[in-house]
Ligand binder design. Sequence first.
Ligand code: MGD
Ligand code: MGD
Ligand code: SF4
Ligand code: MO
Length: 719
Amino acid sequence: MTTATSPSSGTAIRGRSGEATDHAPAGVATHCAYCGLQCAMTLTGTSAAALTVSPRRFPTNRGGLCQKGWTSAELLRAPSRLTSPLVRRGGALEPASWDEALDVVADAIVRTQTAYGKDAVAVFGGGGLTNEKAYQLGKFARVALRTSQIDYNGRWCMSSAAAAGIRCFGLDRGLPFPVTDIGSAHAVLLLGANPAETMPPFLTHLVRAADAGGLMVADPRLTPTAAKAIDGGGLHLQLRPGTDAALALGMLHLAVTEGYADRRYVDERTSGFEDLWPIAAQWLPERVERVTGVAVTTMRSAVAALARARDTERGAYILSARGSEQHASGTDTVTAFIALALVLGLPGNPGTGFGTITGQGNGQGGREHGQKADQLPGYRKIDDPAARAHVAAVWGVDPADLPGPGRSAFELLAALGTDGGPRVLLVHGSNPVVSAPDARLVSERLAALDLLVVSDFVLSETAAIADVVLPVLQWAEEEGTLTNLEGRVLRRRRALAAPEGCRSELEVWSELASRIGCSTDFPTDPRVVFDELRRASAGGPADYSAVTWERLDAGESLHWPCSTERPQGTPRLFLDRFATPDGLARFVAVDHVGPAEADDTAYPLVATTGRLLQHYQSGAQTRLVDELSTAAGEMFVQVHPDTAGAVGLADGDLADVVSRRGRTRAAVRVDEDMRPDVVFLPFHWGGDARANSLTHAALDPTSRMPEFKACAVRLETVA
Ligand SMILES: Nc1nc2c(c(=O)[nH]1)N[C@H]1C(S)=C(S)[C@@H](COP(=O)(O)OP(=O)(O)OC[C@H]3O[C@@H](n4cnc5c(=O)[nH]c(N)nc54)[C@H](O)[C@@H]3O)O[C@H]1N2
Ligand SMILES: Nc1nc2c(c(=O)[nH]1)N[C@H]1C(S)=C(S)[C@@H](COP(=O)(O)OP(=O)(O)OC[C@H]3O[C@@H](n4cnc5c(=O)[nH]c(N)nc54)[C@H](O)[C@@H]3O)O[C@H]1N2
Ligand code: SF4
Ligand SMILES: [Mo]
């Protein structure tokens, strides 16, 4: 078997010098620069050159780190790290003073808004920003810029899971229970999740299930995670991309017809089963097998394993991630899997549950404090008059002056430079030239702007085409908080002083606000910002009002909601009631739709995309770390040998992967375990190797999630 990375590389989470400790004597206790597991680490040393990383024991990582975490200090000493503002002059980006760069930006904002209105200036944020920055960015957009045009990359990450969670449970917190709860479960069904590469220390929570033969992985590829399931006697449901909803409805059908439904739970804790059942009743197992490619016996075993673990009180969980969610029907798909979990009686009971694995470092907090187009802090809706009144009072403005909902991420980018669309864009924490769907179109729109301003600490592909680049601080240079995949608020701590020439984003927004004549105060001390965030979130679904930096620094574990009524926080949600008005979880009538783009003779294969262990997202950060780029230096396309052979390609050849929108050049990596109708591409590179030249932006009607995980392609040889 040839896989993207060997299973062992995915699971080697310790194995380096240095055992995990609770605290290093002279170090700074903080959390990783990258993903939502937020592994705990200690940084030791006083200069970037000398800084070392050691893992720290913490419930999410149990003393482990992945290769990205181990090497994260390299980012702080990367020679190409930006230390001066850059302004484009005569076609080239040239160093400029902070005053000059900020004046260019402020002048453009004022000029553009005077001529074209407030919404002519837009903001694009990121799920990697601290809570303090995510909050302040939303406030800066609504109060200083007074624009409705703000959205962020989390729209491409968690939005379908979030929309389904709100729809069915009345609330979106990725894991409504601590991640350690999963550790005792004997059955775990993973939907489109590959934690062996995307969150290696997460595997420690799956050991029990894997050893019990109860780890089950629905993925079109035999990933290191799926291999782990098979090794333990578990299951790999190797479905065709974009057929998850059919799988969910088929498994729900089997749960009912084979007597595994928890009738009492369905009666007492849910509503709407009778709306969904007529649809699920049509999904006979044989029909599901035809659509998904998953054998009826496999589905039957999977449902039985979940029910058995539930009945023997050994714990059963269903967890979804981007493979099942990043589709134009992602919200309905997650809704269908929640329905399966509800029929089995899993959510809101101790030892069982449904959850979704949040991806970005602050993917959870980033979606609560108002960088989303339709949102105000505390996970409030921007079109709710009571929410507007509450937040406006905290901000000291008239509710009538707050803008309404704006465009979603892709719609915002697609409107740039068009008639009536934004003409100035500020980017904070994303690299859309590489990571946006239909990235060719997005790059064209970015180029059509009057002014593109990128705040970053590396010259990402998006920064490279900007008119102004502002060098900001990165993780270990700033203080703040993040909210991890379990809804637990964590302290990020500073280990290094700000490098000369760099400024915090809180300072950038404060400076810009005063330059454009906004009288509202934008504090630059993150602790002060957090205290304001607490007040703004009070009474909202994501209530942080009783979380303080002092409590976090004292080592308290605080999961939101954490308010005066629940000062101890809420590690486990929904135990008594769901967050819906009637307290019942909802079944919603959804059906299988399938991928938005059909394959045909010209484009006969389904391309899906995702991640490798060594690279993070658009790769802007991890491509600068030698150890990571040496281990995974080249773009490839994973393909079945017969599929490659049919067009004259062999392992190691260069190929063009071609869709209706563009082409991507990649080395062929043959893999006998691939489905012959599917190819896989990582999305960590730009230029000719950009996977998102192929993808398209059919958007989910509810979440506005694009279809990253399925598009029609063909393979071509390269002359
Ligand atoms: N190394 C690394 N780790 C990361 C990140 C990273 O960039 N690199 N990013 C972080 C972020 S932001 C996120 S969102 C998470 C994502 O974490 P994951 O969701 O685990 O990552 P992906 O690789 O995007 O997708 C998971 C799997 O979905 C499968 N898949 C593709 N299409 C389908 C489909 O139609 N149905 C199903 N069921 N499966 C499908 C893919 O083959 C892939 O193995 O990772 C986080 N951790
Ligand atoms: N084809 C395909 N495309 C995808 C996906 C997929 O599975 N397939 N996954 C999607 C998902 S889930 C995600 S989350 C997105 C992520 O994709 P992007 O939004 O591009 O995310 P990153 O690569 O993390 O970009 C972060 C940029 O912000 C910078 N940065 C990091 N921290 C900060 C900060 O605090 N402030 C500022 N100003 N800058 C910072 C980094 O240096 C980097 O240049 O990609 C999406 N695109
Ligand atoms: S799993 Fe995520 S948080 Fe943990 S070390 Fe790796 S990248 Fe960092
Ligand atoms: Mo993500």
